[in-house]
Every structure is written in structure tokens, then in C-alpha cells.
Design a protein around this ligand. Structure first.
Ligand code: ZN
Length: 239
């Protein structure tokens, strides 16, 4: 159940009571519409677009009562009640906010590009068969998290295959980071797990970060070539 009854924004119904609710939610989310008066104008429009820019490649300035914008605004003001919808394959999706490294394994898998995901599932199954305990650290992550990791020296790029998204802002990652749950980054045995990961990934035609001479990214598998990064950024609506 949405908190607004009809659309608010550019070309929207803009009922006074709905506009007022949106203005309150925008204020709480830190995108100031300059007053809560129930009156739709340029300040409210600018605040909606400013908020949509945080997760949409092409903000449309209009909030649908059943759309992603109102859902995100509601989450922002009340993190305890996160609506979760079921996707066609049964994975829990619908709320892609928050720290994606804390998501469940199932949700991390659901954040992967649909043709990339089954290959990763086969890699995981193979590693489990070999006695490993593979665990996804990151599937998709936001560009904001990527920038933070870059500042910490944990990655060298500000846009990576982990950041790939659909143009509407939902995750569509072409990369995944896997560790063994027992050892994380500190394997006792000469990267036994990471080498097995690389072999299983390459058997699926994937690129393994452990092969990179300049920056060995042991846990990392990706479904596209490095030379395709700019193209993936365009496909994501981010370039
Ligand atoms: Zn990675």
C-alpha cells in the first residue's frame, strides 16, 4: 500500500494531500522541496529529480503511486518497513538500498545480470563439490560504494563491472567477489580457494581478477572483458 493515492510530479495528478506527503518524505530524505504546502511547483519538481538522481540514470520527475521512487522515499523515512516483492524466479528483490555487502547470498545472486548469474551458480556448485565454502562478498554495488572502495585503495576504478545496472537503476552486475567463508582473504594454503575459483570461473568463460598482473583481484570474476567497460557503462545509462 503506497502512501500516495495518485501520481505526483511532472505530468502527475498532483493532489494536494499526495503532494504534501511527497514533500514531507523528500524533506526527510534530505532533498529539500522548500516547504510542505501541498502545492506542486518548481522547488518540489527539483527536489524529486534530485532524489531520483540518486538511483535513476534518467530521472523523469514523476512519482507513480506504485513505482520505485515512492518506495524508496518510504524506505528512507522508515528503514524498518522495507517492502519486498518477489521476482519471477522467486528471489527477493524490490529493495536494492543499503549496504549490498550485507545482503543475503540469494539477494546477491539476484543482483547479477541474468545470463551471468547461472554461470556463477555453476562455479559455486563446483567449488562446493570440491569441499570449499564459497560465499559472495559483493555482487552488485552502488557507484557511491565503489568510490569509497577506491579511496581506500581496494579497487583502482571508479566504475566497475560490479556497478552495472539497468537504465532504471536496478542492479545488473557483471562481476562477483567470492571468498571461502572459513578464510576470507587470509587463506592458510597459498590461495588454494582463489586458484580453484579462477579455474572454475575460466571453465565458464569468465574473466578472473587473479590473472591481472597490475592489480591481482583474487576474489573477482566477471562476465565481460575489461575492454568492454565503457560499453557496460553506457548500457547502464551512466555514460
Ligand atoms: Zn570484484
Amino acid at each position: 500500500m503506497s502512501s500516495i493515492g495518485a501520481s505526483v510530479g511532472e505530468g502527475g495528478a498532483n493532489r494536494e494531500s499526495d503532494v504534501r506527503i511527497v514533500q514531507q518524505l523528500l524533506t526527510k530524505a534530505g532533498h529539500d522541496p522548500r516547504g510542505v504546502d501541498g502545492d506542486y511547483g518548481t522547488n518540489t519538481r527539483d527536489a524529486i529529480i534530485s532524489f531520483q538522481k540518486t538511483f535513476m540514470a534518467k530521472p523523469d520527475g514523476c512519482i507513480d503511486p506504485n513505482g520505485a521512487t515512492i518506495r524508496r522515499l518510504e524506505q528512507g523515512s522508515n528503514p524498518a518497513s522495507k517492502p519486498v516483492a518477489a521476482s519471477a524466479d522467486g528471489a527477493k528483490v524490490g529493495d536494492w538500498s543499503g549496504d549490498s555487502s550485507q545482503w543475503t547470498q540469494e539477494k546477491k545472486l539476484a543482483s547479477l545480470e541474468p545470463s551471468f548469474r547461472p554461470r556463477i551458480e555453476r562455479v559455486i556448485a563446483k567449488l562446493k563439490d570440491s569441499g570449499f565454502q564459497p560465499k559472495i562478498v559483493f555482487g552488485w554495488r552502488s557507484v557511491a560504494v565503489q568510490k569509497k572502495l577506491k579511496a581506500e585503495g581496494k579497487t583502482t576504478v571508479s566504475f566497475s563491472f560490479h556497478n552495472a545496472q539497468k537504465p532504471n537503476g536496478t542492479p545488473n552486475a557483471w562481476a562477483v567477489d567470492l571468498i571461502d567463508a572459513r578464510w576470507s582473504w587470509n587463506e592458510p594454503d597459498c590461495h588454494k580457494f582463489f586458484k580453484a575459483l579462477g579455474a572454475a570461473g575460466k571453465a565458464e568463460g569468465l574473466v578472473w581478477g587473479g590473472d591481472w598482473k597490475s592489480f591481482r583481484d583474487w576474489a573477482h570474476l566477471q562476465g565481460r572483458q575489461n575492454s568492454e567497460l565503457a560499453q557496460v557503462k553506457r548500457e547502464s545509462g551512466l555514460a
